[in-house]
Design a protein around this ligand. Structure first.
Ligand code: MV4
Length: 473
């Protein structure tokens, strides 16, 4: 086992990884940007080092991070999610520096990062994929139209190196192919520095179901059931549920086997996620594989009882997986909501600033993964997620009850958060019935919008400003 791990991340996931290190009696090393000096991950780690680059670049400065790891004697690096976590080049450099990467091999990251290559690999291994093409870049518009008609409209164009909903275009007829293809290529080049694009049949309003897998370095792989991540807005997930409240045992068995087969085909090690689209007839299709820990891993931990981050570390250190698929049972349902510092009424604009009051929800089967505290100032430089609230109960219906209760209890003042919006979802009849797909938020955005609640802090601020103006300041 390692004696010291460097965490190449910040925020709640850095805190979560430090906790796993403490549980395993491993020293933790935090890195931080200039503006993150007062952050919780810095306070909690055994040691911490500033990365002197620009705040936006600090957690992306791979060479500086590797130097810190070498100098402080860290034997492994945990990348968390975001930042460098899916950067195959960084993972390769870490390995070449003699440091263990807590994740799959860089070659696997590179292969799965190429969505087209991943598709081909899955196809070859009998895992269902959406009907579609290889790269379109060597074909004329005429040939591409023929392909689209063969697949059948609507089709979706996707950047081979895409992700996060960027570089995708839905096309509904021949007339719209040329412009959309050009736009898709432009966006792909701008965001991913590669303009390769491929085409798939467009599945209307699918559910997004993903399977968590955990593997050791010796080919042993199990899945830890699925999460429904359909509730999202503009490709940002808002709510994740484990297991899926609408999945039959039969579909779970089929999709679970496909997920493990996908991981085996990729020579996968460590933790990962296989994402599927599920259509209204319960046909499922491999979409992509995430080669890192995900934001929503906690719901899977809660229903299975397995510490996924702890197992990532143990697996990377060379431990043999001590689980068979038949050992994986689940108890009840867990729901996670992502609480963001955002002004929902103002198109979900980030709303950073100082947290003046902070009372997290508590009580049985309520978990909060966060890195904020009273008087913490949320910087504007990073993403707006400030806490993940995870509740668990014996049934999906009772978990929804608990979610309502916990969201009503959770008090944050000083900044605007998505809590009132999430509460409206929690109270929605269709949410409680499991009646949702990826179009849920878009379809219901009006009725989910909170009434402009009058916030005491805002009134105080307005009065203070009025007094200041009158006094001539
Ligand atoms: C699709 C699709 C329908 N059909 N592919 C969006 C992000 C990228 N990772 C893949 N995405 C989609 N691919 C086919 N063939 C619908 C989406 C999609 C989506 C997928 C998961 C979660 C939310 C979504 C919202 C809109 C579109």
């Amino acid at each position: 086992m390692f004696s010291k791990i460097l965490i190449a991340n910040r925020g709640e996931i850095a805190v979560r990884i430090i906790r796993a290190c403490n549980d395993l009696h491993i020293k933790s090393v935090a890195i931080y940007s200039r503006i993150d000096k007062e952050s919780m991950h810095v306070k909690m780690a055994s040691e911490s080092y500033e990365v002197s680059s620009d705040p936006l670049k600090a957690y992306l400065d791979g060479d500086a991070i590797i130097n810190i790891a070498i100098n402080c004697g860290a034997e492994a690096i945990h990348p968390g999610y975001g930042f460098l976590s899916e950067n195959a080049e960084f993972a390769r450099k870490v390995k070449n520096a003699g440091i263990i990467w807590i994740g799959p091999d860089y070659s696997v990251i590179a292969k799965m990062g190429d969505k087209n290559a991943a598709r081909e690999l899955m196809k070859k291994n009998g895992i269902p994929i959406v009907p579609g093409t290889k790269t379109l870049n060597n074909y004329s518009i005429q040939e591409i139209k023929i392909m689209a008609n063969k697949i059948g409209y609507p089709v979706i164009l996707k950047a081979s190196n895409g992700g996060g909903g960027r570089g995708i275009r839905v096309v509904r007829n021949d007339n719209d192919i040329e412009d959309n293809l050009a736009a898709c290529k432009r966006e792909a080049m701008a965001f991913f520095k590669n303009d390769e694009v491929f085409m798939e049949k467009y599945i209307e309003n699918p559910r997004h179901i993903e399977f968590q897998i955990i593997a050791d370095n010796y080919g042993n792989i199990v899945h830890l059931l699925e999460r429904d991540c359909s509730i999202q807005r503009r490709h940002q997930k808002l709510i994740e549920i484990a297991p899926s409240p609408t999945m039959s045992f039969d579909l779970r068995r089929k999709m679970g086997s496909a997920a493990v087969a996908a991981a085996k085909a990729a020579n996968y090690t460590n933790a990962g996620t296989i994402e599927f689209l599920v259509d209204d007839l319960n046909n499922f299709y491999f979409m992509e594989m995430n080669t890192r820990i995900q934001v929503e891993h906690g719901v899977t931990e809660e229903i299975t009882g397995f510490d996924i981050i702890g197992r990532q570390i143990r697996s990377a250190s060379g431990e043999i997986l001590d689980l068979n698929q038949s050992d994986i049972l689940h108890q009840g349902y867990a729901i996670e909501v992502r609480i963001n510092a955002e002004d929902v009424a103002n198109d979900f604009m980030p709303n950073p600033g100082k947290i003046t009051t902070y009372y997290p929800a508590l009580g049985p089967f309520v978990r909060i993964d966060s890195a904020v505290y009273k008087d913490y100032v949320i910087p504007p430089n990073y993403d707006s997620m400030i806490a993940k609230l995870i509740v668990r109960a014996s049934s999906y219906n009772l978990a929804v009850n608990k979610l309502v209760r916990a969201l009503e209890e959770f008090t944050i003042r000083g900044i605007k958060t998505t809590i009132p919006f999430l509460l409206n979802i929690a109270k929605d009849r269709d949410f409680r019935k499991g009646n949702f797909d990826t179009s849920y938020i878009e379809n219901k955005i009006q009725e989910l919008m909170p009434n402009e609640a009058i916030n005491k802090d805002d009134i105080v601020a307005v009065i203070a400003t009025a007094i200041a103006i009158k006094a001539g300041y």
